[in-house]
Design a protein around this ligand. Structure first.
Ligand SMILES: CC(C)(COP(=O)(O)OP(=O)(O)OC[C@H]1O[C@@H](n2cnc3c(N)ncnc32)[C@H](O)[C@@H]1OP(=O)(O)O)[C@@H](O)C(=O)NCCC(=O)NCCS
Length: 169
């Protein structure tokens, strides 16, 4: 794990540090469905809307990344979790995404979820696909040409899933 990394529940005042990371992640239009023109209000609702539990990774008191955990569906689908992750571009490749992923799996288990599902992993996002496979996820479905990539045009998106009854490895 990245040295001096602290992962904790996010509070609304953290959004000042989360917003630039969100903007940097959506700008290249290569991983998330948000338009690069998404507003601050859109981003705030995404991270602090109803039913959302958000967590931040801090290094030297600066927010370096974040994830959100939410039920994937209401009612009869609410035993499956869904999550989203963003690491600041300047902080990638140092184990922060993996630390957030492991924390999220533990947190989902603690909250009693039985499984975790990612609904929309862009197939060309090789870093994310590798990370989720490393953490025990399998590709269970392919959505053909579901994402309009900023450079590559229409590309596939994956549904990735794992049960939570075992640890990542
Ligand atoms: C995907 C993301 C969260 C990974 O965060 P990160 O902090 O850079 O990842 P880590 O340094 O913890 O890497 C952990 C593992 O992920 C995989 N990985 C991460 N980046 C990779 C890359 N560019 N190429 C290949 N594998 C990569 C590797 O398996 C790596 O393990 P290893 O170091 O033992 O090889 C980050 O790149 C990001 O925020 N991307 C933009 C938003 C996004 O794609 N979110 C996920 C949407 S599904």
């Amino acid at each position: 794990m990245s040295r001096n990394l602290r992962i904790r529940a996010a509070v609304e005042s953290d959004f000042t540090g989360m917003w630039p990371i969100f903007l940097a992640v959506v700008a290249p239009a290569d991983t998330y469905v948000f338009s690069p023109e998404a507003t601050r209000a859109d981003a705030f609702a995404y991270w602090f809307g109803p039913g959302v539990a958000s967590f931040v990774a801090e290094r030297e008191k600066r927010i370096a990344g974040m994830y959100k955990l939410i039920a994937n569906q209401r009612d009869l689908g609410a035993h499956v979790a869904n999550a989203s992750f963003m690491v600041s571009p300047g902080e990638r490749g140092r184990g922060i995404g993996e630390a957030l992923g492991r924390h999220c799996l533990e947190e989902a288990r603690r909250r009693g979820f039985a499984a975790m599902q990612f609904n929309f992993v862009v197939s060309t996002n090789t870093g994310a696909v590798a990370l989720w496979k490393k953490l025990g996820f399998k590709i269970v479905g392919t959505l053909p040409k579901a994402f309009r990539h900023g450079r590559l045009g229409e590309v596939d998106a994956y549904v990735m899933h794992r049960f939570l009854d075992t640890s990542p490895e």
